[in-house]
Ligand binder design. Structure first.
Ligand code: ATP
Length: 261
């Protein structure tokens, strides 16, 4: 597979292992997350849960965008609390809303992802991003703001990959996208993990996310209520009844409104 070859040729650093212990975070006096313990090991880890469970809050806390308590380590070294230090440690976040530069082309957006890299390396990373999303190569000159939602999400993920992260955090990459595009983005997350970047992904599409992930966590009202091997988790009672039940569409949002038990 080309991405394994690429990772091998470029001497990609060892895959990152994130460990979180006793994490708490919120907004002012409003504590959203309480005493979370989780890991993102090499591979693809997904966090699912209903609306308002705190999934985005968790990624923001890990990215240093809001204050947090607890201990977070990346390969055993404590991760700093400030965003620029977290970025320097090799952590990238693709936030909900994508935050692209709408008036800039696809290539220009990707260049910004690599502005810290030497020019030759940046060009090489952009080439790899195009290999990850061949559709973007065809649209290299198109203004990002004129692309479809799914294409923009691809640009956002590609831009994060240009920065050569060791840990890539994705916040609901499938949000608002057509089923085919959802499949493409989740498949890309899988390829990224297979190529050597540890991926921690928050998703509302429980069924599809657990199908591509290695491990999963279920977050409800700021507390982790289940975790484990993604395939086993998908078959567990807690996930099947709350998220994949009869009549549910397979999305956390639909399931959140469904009665439990
Ligand atoms: P969704 O799938 O709807 O994005 P989520 O699991 O990502 O849900 P969060 O966005 O993390 O949930 O929200 C968790 C809780 O924190 C919610 O009660 C939300 O209203 C609250 N919250 C989120 N952002 C803020 C903020 N900036 N200020 C105050 N409260 C916030």
């Amino acid at each position: 597979m080309w991405w394994r070859d690429q990772a091998f040729r470029l001497g990609a650093p060892a895959q990152a292992h994130l460990k979180v212990q006793g994490l708490s975070a919120g907004y002012g006096a409003f504590l959203v997350l309480r005493d979370l313990r989780l890991e993102a090991r090499p591979g693809l880890t997904v966090i699912v849960g209903p609306n308002g469970a705190g999934k985005t809050t968790l990624l923001k806390a890990l990215a240093g965008l809001i204050p947090r308590g607890g201990i977070v380590t990346l390969d055993g070294a404590e991760l700093a609390a400030r965003t620029h230090e977290i970025v320097r440690a090799g952590v990238a976040l693709v936030a909900e809303g994508r935050q692209l530069f709408a008036q800039m082309s696809v290539t220009e957006n990707l260049e910004l992802g690599g502005w810290l890299l030497p020019k030759a390396q940046r060009a090489q990373r952009i080439e790899q991003a195009f290999a990850l999303f061949p559709k973007l190569r065809e649209r290299a000159r198109q203004l990002a703001g004129t692309m479809s939602g799914g294409e923009q999400q691809m640009v956002a993920v590609a831009r994060a990959m240009v920065s050569t992260p060791r840990l890539l955090m994705l916040d609901e990459p499938s949000l608002g996208l057509a089923p085919k595009m959802v499949d493409e983005l989740l498949a890309a997350a899988r390829r990224i993990a297979d190529a050597g970047t540890t991926v921690l992904m928050v998703e509302q599409n429980v069924k599809k996310a657990l199908a591509v992930a290695d491990r999963g966590y279920v977050l409800e009202r700021g507390v982790l209520v289940a975790s484990g091997n993604a395939k086993l988790l998908a078959r567990s009672t807690v996930v099947r009844e709350a998220y994949l039940g009869a009549g549910a569409s397979g999305s956390g949002r639909a399931a959140a409104a469904a009665p439990r038990g």
